[in-house]
Unconditional design. Structure first.
Length: 313
């Protein structure tokens, strides 16, 4: 597979997942601000910016309107929902010969309808916009699995989706732990992760914060858990490597994933909250290392060779 094609597919997976997860995060925080009239708007917005790694001005009040503009509607920023979906569209255009027609139509129609949905959101609130993004992300995920051959291209796309999901899940949980006074409660947190029903079927302890964290980090069957995504990312990397490669000692991406998985698999789940800040920092660093290793190995960009004339020619 061509390097540029693999890179485009990888980033389609990452951008669509980023839009989906950002919509879930923003929706949970906006609901908290609406439901709690005594909520500190500036502190809550700063907490949301911190989750997504966006810097804010220290001595300037941050409003909900400004937050939504930067995180939701700004089509020029890859950290916003509109920017992520625009990035997915551009990478879909570059890989048009590989992705299915259904995927291309979904990417194109999603991007084209965003301005209309933004207009509605500015009049009536962001809920419909965020719901639309989540539904379109689910549609794209379904089309990816149902209309693409599960070959190297599919593995690159799912690999990107898995890495982004791990990173965004860690960021969301870090926001819940570090900014507890301004973050949604654990039940709203489960709803934001799309995990409420699955968690309720696995336990009757709905108000057990440690149990919620353990479910989102360690559950082997829930597709949005961190451990599930780590396993899936490792499977994708294993399938991508050449069949003739019998020793994987030089695979830095798989090494990083293996260390993170080992750390989670052998942790005492009953005391998870005590170790959560350290674990979440480790997961974010792992995603950064894995992304760098994947880029270096599969998407390496060579410098352009400039020919120089000799002998006056």
């Amino acid at each position: 597979m061509l390097s540029r094609l693999a890179e485009s597919l990888y980033w389609i997976g990452r951008y669509v997942e980023r839009a989906d997860d950002t919509a879930r995060i923003v929706d949970s925080y906006v609901h908290r601000m609406v439901e709690d009239p005594f909520n500190d708007e500036d502190a809550t917005c700063r907490s949301l910016f911190a989750i997504l790694g966006i810097e804010t001005v220290a001595d300037q009040v941050v409003t909900t309107t400004e937050t939504l503009q930067k995180i939701v509607y700004d089509a020029e920023s890859s950290n916003s929902i509109a920017g992520a979906l625009s990035g997915a569209f551009e990478n879909g255009r570059r890989s048009r010969d590989f992705i299915s027609s259904e995927m291309w139509v979904a990417l194109n129609s999603t991007r084209n309808r965003l301005p209309q949905m933004e207009g509605i959101a500015r009049r009536l609130g962001p809920s419909q916009y965020l719901l639309y993004v989540r539904e379109r992300a689910a549609l794209l995920a379904g089309l990816t699995d149902a209309t693409l051959s599960h070959d190297d291209g599919w593995h690159f796309l799912v690999l990107g989706r898995s890495i982004e999901r791990i990173d965004m899940s860690a960021r969301l949980m870090r926001g819940r732990v570090m900014g507890e006074d301004h973050a949604p409660d654990w039940l709203a947190f489960l709803r934001a992760c799309g995990a409420m029903e699955a968690f309720m079927r696995s336990t009757s302890e709905l108000h057990d914060a440690n149990g919620v964290a353990a479910f989102l980090l360690l559950d082997r069957l829930f597709p949005r858990s961190v451990l599930y995504s780590l396993n899936l990312a490792d499977t994708c990397l294993f399938e991508i490597q050449p069949s003739s490669q019998r020793i994987a000692s030089a695979d830095l991406a798989r090494q990083s994933l293996a260390r993170a998985r080992g750390r989670l698999e052998f942790i005492d789940s009953t005391r998870l909250l005590e170790q959560l800040p350290e674990l979440l920092e480790m997961l974010e660093e792992t995603c950064s290392r894995v992304n760098g290793a994947i880029t270096e190995r599969f998407f390496r960009h060579e410098d352009t060779v400039s020919w120089s004339a000799r002998g006056g020619l």
